[in-house]
Design a protein around this ligand. Structure first.
Ligand code: ADP
Length: 177
């Protein structure tokens, strides 16, 4: 039993999260510097269910999490119904619009679709605990941070794959039953 306990603590959130070391970086949105067009490109070039929103790419400070479907609906609706929203409009998730040059088109506020407190764990959190949190809280995804900076994401499917892998490697394990 002791050996298994050790084993169970060996896999950490950082071993299961995406991106993997060799993958392209996490796809994120910035809180107040991307245009409608930039955001539409992200939506069409990726299929993820959601995107973390960060203060800036340099800081990688997490602001919240936005679901892909909410983004699509809100942008589509704003393009149709909201005066002055065009491809070059800035999208902002902050309380107030960022300062923009006088000639800029209207900015699009999307704070209402932002989850301001997405669940996060640090990269050193044992997967045993992550699995438990997913089960108990019924999470769909969880963000991974290190020293307050966003590092990665773990989805429910990632957790299920991890559990299946563990079961294969160690069929006698009772940990995940
Ligand atoms: P699912 O895991 O249910 O297929 P997604 O389509 O959102 O859900 O994610 C597919 C894979 O991409 C998962 O392994 C997940 O960890 C990863 N992923 C999810 N969102 C992002 C993102 N914004 N940037 C990079 N990778 C992501």
């Amino acid at each position: 039993l002791e050996a298994k306990e050790e084993f169970s603590h060996k896999t950490l959130a950082m071993d299961v999260m995406r991106p993997r070391r060799t993958d392209p970086p996490l796809t994120v949105l910035t809180q107040d510097s991307m245009t409608v067009e930039d955001t539409e490109s992200v939506i069409s070039e990726t299929t993820y269910s959601g995107y973390p929103v960060v203060v800036s790419r340099e800081s990688q400070r997490l602001v919240g999490f936005v679901l892909r479907r909410d983004l699509i609906i809100s942008i589509e609706s704003a393009r149709k119904k909201q005066d002055g929203i065009v491809s070059s409009s800035i999208i902002y998730f902050t309380d107030h619009s960022p300062p923009l040059p006088p000639s800029s088109p209207s900015a699009l506020k999307l704070r209402n679709i932002l989850d301001l407190s997405p669940f996060t764990v640090t990269d050193q959190t044992p997967m045993e605990i992550v699995v438990d949190i997913f089960r108990k809280l019924g999470l769909r995804q969880c963000l991974v941070t290190h020293n307050g900076k966003l590092l990665g994401i773990i989805t429910k499917k990632d957790v299920l794959k991890h559990i299946a892998q563990m079961a294969n490697q160690d069929p006698d394990s009772i940990l995940f039953n």
